[in-house]
Design a protein around this ligand. Sequence first.
Ligand code: LCS
Length: 406
Amino acid sequence: MESKKYKGKSTEAIHAGETFSTGVQDQQSGKTGIPLLPPIFQNSTFRFETATECASAFIDEESGYVYTRWGNPTQKVLEGKLAVLEAGEAALATASGMGAISTALLTALADGGHVVAMETLYSATYNLLNEEFPRMGIETTFVDATDPNKVESAIRPDTKVIYLESPTNPLLKLVDLAACAEIAKAHNITSIIDNTFATPCSQQPIVLGIDVVLHSMTKYLSGNGAVIAGAIVGEKEFIVAAQKGALRNFGAVISPFNAWLTLLGIPTLPLRFGQHCENAACIAAFLEAHPAVAWVRYPGLPSHPQYELAKRQMNGFGGMITMELKGGRAAGEKLVNQLQICALAVSLGDVRTLVCHPASTTHSHIPMEVRQQTGITDGLVRFSIGLEDTEDIIADLEQALGTLSF
Ligand code: LCS
């Protein structure tokens, strides 16, 4: 890992991993230059001067780039930055958040085995563990990981992975990361967490003892709503195994253009995240006081059941808010139809405020009994609070909530 050079997250987000300071030379004109912004290498393959050079790149991959599915300088800059931001030894950028999740799990489960996972997860992750992996003989036990004892009790002799999200999508439940990391270490199991909602600005799970951190960089890290991208951060040995194995062979490789667009987003992450947190705290307090709202979940509200853990574990409570309307599904549908500034859209972490109805969209593939058991009710509405002025977001919410009867 690049040694810890900077005191603050913003300097890190701007400067870490940017390795093109030696510059480039145009062989035609002989001119040299040092690009301030990391350049984009939008090429699929690399040419060699001699057969010997080409052959040696196959023997020793560190000696040169060969083919973009194996690695590309634009990807490498991004990966260097990600490793520093998450305090990991190394990182891998992937084609999507799901690309990161599947690549990391396929690496940790290369010899098969059993997974203990949080019961409420992003729906595609749940589907991967519940539908795809069983076909390969990999079973998962889903537990309420807000209680670390339940995680430990579900461990079997063949358990290879503890898989977590914190805060979870969409219920914003928290997991005590240090406690779960300790359990994983005691049983020699790989602990993996999807840190998409918190971002490295709020929590660095590796510092708390977690082995592998995943991101959907589609969200806060890129922040621009322009890319689908993912990341894996962990020990070098794990990252190299993932890169040479599941990533290369299953092929969830990030394109240089998406890596570059993500590189454009990351420098403003700390600034954006701070404002997302500030705006969300203000909107959460507004919603909690509104008579049409049954309850609000936001880790920064004292009413959150794990508020004490949130204060201890998170440095900023994020931009996601979940609430239940008194009028149930009909009220939820009416609300999203009435909103004008808040866009009805899946995804999150965008500069724009997004609103969605998990039961009919992101979590619709999860069986109804599982949704009800785990609290994803029909009246649940999820907000990804953006960076608009809070007066405008509140005015939009006020007019839309005002149309509801309760
Ligand atoms: N992890 C979390 C926590 C997510 O919320 C998502 C996507 C993913 C992983 C997958 O990332 P992707 O492959 O899309 O980059 N979450 C979405 C959501 O809540 N609405 O639409 C997508």
